[in-house]
Design a protein around this ligand. Structure first.
Ligand SMILES: [Mg+2]
Length: 406
């Protein structure tokens, strides 16, 4: 079963403020240059979409109400939803802040049918949080995710082995979970546009073009998918840790770009340290105002989660990039992750450095992000005042405990 909350951020805001209910609203970040993170269904009816800037949203819907996102509300709602789902099955995988997979194979008996169980899940979430969700039920995660997407809002779609071939036959391949725009384009060049075509494509062709994932793609086209629901603690290790930010204004000023890189490196480093992860590759992503986006990565001499090491690599990538225009967005990530061994460094300098980072993280955890930060982030009008963006939808409330405050 895949549960996908409907217009999550916007719906949470509408629950919290009755004045917003039934109105076209858009949840945005507080930075000057912000985009719509989620639009309410009322706003979507006017054509307001995720990713539009304020101006575009206003053009589409003059009476739109912009609401600055409040991450703590969404995290709280997300954790409460997971608690509800966990009361149905122990096998719950928090996939993103508003989506989860639940293996319901072993817990159907009290409900009789999958749809009766799904209706009860919907009822409990609605009762506790006043929110609606779309649910898809299928033999595997790939089809369940597809099914939940087929009816919104408040949908329930059950897809079994008998009905899935009919659905997949003419479905554009890009609609499948995991097949992004780039892959869709590559498939298109091979003349493969639908899942039906993908499922029938010669394996040798797919292998030649896509290597080891070729076989996986063919199976996906046939609706076959073997990944199990992975509850917290059992999920695949994160493959990368990254942050990106749209700058308040396009800039080609080196100093400003460096400060953003340092800040992003610190966000990445702090998150990696929090999870005890170290990366062996640093990747820098740059987007130009025309949305042309590219990434370059660099392999490090050893695994690290040190802000400075990440920053220095990002900087060295930037130096060889030769930016051709001003920059709209910057992103920094590390990959090639390994669990930090916690191994003591041989060198006193490194040990001091490690203790410094630990102390900084500790203070920032207790007193809020950037209570202690790097001097270069405090430079005159660095413009680094935008850590008020709305939480990434990919954020997962793993290991977050809800605390009831009376
Ligand atoms: Mg959703």
């Amino acid at each position: 079963m895949h549960v996908d909350m409907n217009a999550f951020f916007a719906s949470v805001e509408q629950r919290c403020s009755p004045a917003l209910r039934g109105k076209p609203i858009a949840v945005v970040g507080s930075a000057k240059r912000t985009v719509v993170t989620t639009a309410s269904y009322e706003a979507r009816a006017f054509g307001v979409k995720t990713g539009m800037n304020r101006f575009e949203a206003k053009m589409a819907c003059p009476q739109i109400i912009f609401v600055v996102g409040d991450n703590s509300k969404y995290i709280d709602a997300s954790v409460r939803i997971l608690e509800i789902l966990n009361s149905f099955s122990p096998l719950v995988e928090a996939y993103s802040i508003d989506e989860a997979f639940i293996d319901i194979t072993g817990c159907l008996a009290p409900f009789g049918t999958p749809s009766a169980l799904a209706m009860e899940v919907k009822r409990r979430i609605k009762e506790a949080l006043g929110l609606t969700c779309s649910i898809g039920i299928a033999p595997n995660k790939l089809l369940a995710k597809l099914a939940s997407d087929m009816k919104k809002p408040d949908g329930l779609v059950i897809m079994d082995e008998a009905s899935s071939p009919g659905v997949l036959e003419d479905l554009p391949a890009g609609e499948l979970w995991g097949i992004g725009p780039r892959l869709t384009e590559h498939l298109g060049r091979l003349g493969i546009r639908t899942c039906g075509q993908l499922g029938r494509a010669p394996l040798s062709l797919l292998r030649d073009r896509f290597g080891v994932i070729g076989e996986r793609l063919k199976l996906m086209g046939q609706g076959i998918y073997s990944n199990e629901v992975a509850p917290a603690g059992h999920e695949d290790e994160a493959r990368s840790v990254g942050h990106s930010t749209t700058l308040p204004a396009d800039t080609s000023e080196k100093g400003a770009i460096r400060r953003y890189l340092l800040k992003l490196s610190e966000m990445v480093g702090a998150r990696a340290r929090e999870h005890g992860l170290k990366g062996s590759k640093v990747c820098l992503t740059v987007r130009y105002p025309d949305f042309y986006t590219f990434s370059r990565q660099k392999t490090l001499p050893s695994h690290t989660n040190d802000t400075r090491a990440i920053y220095m690599s990002a900087l060295s990538i930037l130096e060889v990039m030769r930016l051709r225009t001003a920059v709209r967005l910057l992103g920094v990530s590390i990959s090639g992750l390994a669990k930090g061994s916690g191994q003591m460094s041989l060198f006193e300098d490194d040990r001091r450095r490690q203790r410094l980072l630990e102390a900084m993280d500790e203070v920032n955890r207790s007193f809020g992000g950037y209570t202690i930060t790097w001097g270069s982030l405090l430079d005159e009008g660095s413009g680094c005042d935008d850590e008020t963006g709305v939480i990434s939808p990919a954020w997962r409330p793993v290991g977050v405990k809800r605390i009831n405050v009376k």
